[in-house]
Design a protein around this ligand. Structure first.
Ligand SMILES: NC(=O)c1ccc[n+]([C@@H]2O[C@H](COP(=O)([O-])OP(=O)(O)OC[C@H]3O[C@@H](n4cnc5c(N)ncnc54)[C@H](O)[C@@H]3O)[C@@H](O)[C@H]2O)c1
Length: 384
């Protein structure tokens, strides 16, 4: 008699998700649960969140400008050690949250970030003692408050790589859509399209599981409802709430499934051309989806194609992949997403990008193994 085995998977998430408009007011109480000497990591303009920071008294503050480099992480770790911080709070976009996460992982030991960085560092396991951290996103994009990795740029190697470990999961992800109301349209577009990409890639990957599927479906639904509206009117709380939820769900999904070709390229390209992560993802999404669909069709892989069809139904109301592709093109047009050439990618670097993309871990989550030629097609179509 045959037996059927059900799905087998592991699911990991932060200790708690506190979600809702206005809920950042709960930050002082949440911090007090974990420590008395917080270090707040925030962006280069701390006055943007002056009220929230003041609600914590007079905390030690470390600021991050741009993408987190090894140098920036070292500085923030030093700040935490000097302040003898016992809890870390990240208030900002994904760059800030990743820095806060790395600080939480390293500050309680003698470790240097390079000891634990994958790919170009030693990739050692994290120290046994880490600090608790609370993630408070102010963009709706990366879902970094939900994941167990901190993406760090090594300028020396021209590469973005992760410090990763289960102990990097936040104690609390505090997601308040009101904190994203001031995001300018370009940040709303790039971070929102990053969240949408994460939901779509984690939905079509062969490493999806029933929990991530549920998160992706809801995330896609929220992106379809909120992305264009949040871009058109940043003060639209309902649209901002849709996108904050989409981002949080996308983080849960990517951390427990896999991503695909867009993120396979986005990591290496971020190191090569230094453009913002979300913008790179946004510019790649339509062409990567188009090439994936063509490859799946040509090679007769119906399983992932069915996933794209479901995504089309969720986003456009039409169970037709062509409608999804048209919606993605139109959205990039409406949201003014630049091409990769405008972001600094030149034709003579396409081979390098393909080689680096093929070696990236996200590429392994793509629903189909793409040929070098197909990978080139994705980049070429995304150039302008
Ligand atoms: N760890 C993960 O799971 C994960 C996943 C995806 C991406 N990432 C990383 O996240 C980073 C990208 O994060 P991001 O897209 O949020 O961009 P970001 O953190 O670089 O922020 C983009 C810009 O928006 C500004 N900003 C942030 N909040 C604002 C607000 N409320 N109002 C006005 N301006 C605001 C920032 O100062 C910055 O100039 C990259 O470094 C990427 O590698 C991490």
């Amino acid at each position: 008699m045959g037996t059927t085995t059900g799905p087998a998977f592991t699911f990991a998430a932060p200790g708690r998700l506190v979600f809702g408009a206005g809920r950042s007011a709960e930050l002082p109480d949440l911090v007090a649960e974990f420590g008395v000497r917080p270090l707040v990591v925030t962006g280069s303009n701390p006055s943007r969140h002056a009220e929230l920071l003041a609600s914590l008294g007079d905390p030690a503050v470390a600021t991050v400008k741009g993408e987190p480099t090894l140098g920036a992480v070292r500085q923030a770790v030093d700040a935490a050690r000097t302040a003898e911080a016992d809890v870390v709070v990240g208030v900002g976009g994904g760059a800030v949250l990743d820095t806060a996460k790395a600080v939480a992982g390293l500050a309680a030991s003698e470790s240097d970030p390079l000891d634990h960085l994958e790919v170009v560092g030693l990739g050692l396991p994290l120290p046994p003692v880490v600090l608790p951290w609370i993630g408070v996103p102010t963009t709706a994009g990366t879902g970094s408050e939900m994941t167990n990795n901190a993406v760090v740029t090594s300028l020396e190697h021209g590469v973005k790589a992760s410090i990763r470990g289960r102990s990097l999961l936040a104690e609390v992800a505090l997601v308040d859509p009101l904190l994203t109301l001031e995001c300018p349209p370009a940040v709303t577009a790039s971070s929102g399209l990053d969240a949408l990409t994460q939901c779509l890639e984690a939905y079509v990957t062969h490493q999806a599981n029933p929990l991530t599927d549920g998160f992706c479906r809801e995330g896609l639904r929220r992106a379809a409802s909120g992305l264009r509206r949040a871009y058109a009117d940043g003060s639209d709380v309902s649209a901002r709430t849709d996108m904050a939820l989409c981002a949080a769900l996308s983080g849960l999904a990517l951390a427990n499934a896999k991503l695909g070709a867009v993120h396979g390229f986005a990591g290496p390209l971020g190191g090569m051309i230094g453009a913002a992560h979300g913008t790179i993802c946004a510019s790649l999404l339509p062409s990567a989806t188009r090439v994936n669909v063509a490859a799946l069709t040509a090679r007769g892989d119906g399983t992932a194609l069915a996933r794209y069809t479901e995504a089309a139904e969720i986003i456009t109301g039409r169970g037709d992949v062509a409608a999804l592709l048209a919606w993605l093109d139109e959205t990039n047009e409406l949201l003014g997403v630049p091409g990769l050439a405008d972001l600094g990618l030149t034709e003579d670097r396409l081979d390098e990008a393909v080689a680096k993309g093929q070696a990236s871990s996200s590429m392994k989550g793509n629903p189909i193994t793409l040929t070098e030629d197909e990978l080139q097609q994705i980049l070429r179509a995304a150039l302008d």
